[in-house]
Write a protein that binds this ligand. Structure first.
Ligand code: HEM
Length: 168
């Protein structure tokens, strides 16, 4: 029995994604800096490609995307998402700030679990966001690898909340 527990612990540790080095975090921040002021465009792209995500928002569900795009509540929400990512990325690449990142991402994951957001929707979001950065900023080679590693780490924490077992 003890042996099985040890094996399970090793497997859990191995599954954890590697935190970013300082250099990788700089590469990700650099890519993000090029698009982070396009918050409305980013949210518009996500809703356009995935109406199921738009429909999870009580204030936007079933509404014409081109109309709501011009509304203040749309800009407010777009800014909330972008600021959240900017905050997390500003903390990345430093072992001392990993607990702070986990706290913030656990909070976000818990809120989204309570809203019934699915892993599939979160993956759709990630995919569209990554494409946006590729096409409107730049993302290739080591920077792309670092970007994917960053999202693997963030999503591991979000998904652990959706599963009901937050990473601590
Ligand atoms: C993929 C599907 C997603 C759905 C359906 C979704 C849905 C929502 C909804 C309904 C709200 C509440 C809005 C309000 O009360 O005005 C919200 C808030 C928020 N979302 Fe999302 N969201 C998604 C993904 C994400 C992702 C990937 C991020 C960040 C990377 C994010 C960041 C936030 C933040 C920072 C807030 C405000 C704080 C909070 O209440 O949690 N969301 N989201």
């Amino acid at each position: 029995m003890k042996f099985l527990i040890v094996l399970a612990l090793i497997a859990a540790a191995a599954a954890e994604h590697k935190p970013l080095t300082h250099e990788q975090a700089d590469q990700v921040r650099h890519a993000w800096d090029k698009v982070k002021h396009n918050e409305v465009e980013i949210l518009h792209e996500i809703f356009k490609e995935h109406p199921d995500i738009q429909n999870k928002f009580p204030q936007f569900a079933g509404k014409d995307l081109e109309t709501i795009k011009g509304e203040a509540s749309f800009a407010t929400h777009a800014t909330r998402i972008v600021s959240f990512l900017t905050e997390i990325l500003s903390l990345a690449g430093n072992p001392d700030t990993i607990p702070a990142i986990k706290t913030r991402v656990n909070e976000m994951g818990q809120n989204h679990r309570n809203r019934g957001v699915t892993k599939e929707q979160l993956n759709e979001f990630r995919h569209t966001l990554t494409d946006y950065v590729k096409h409107h900023g730049s993302l290739d080679g080591d920077a792309e690898q670092a970007w994917n590693q960053a999202f693997d780490c963030i999503y591991e924490v979000i998904f652990s909340n959706l599963d009901g077992h937050p990473v601590v």
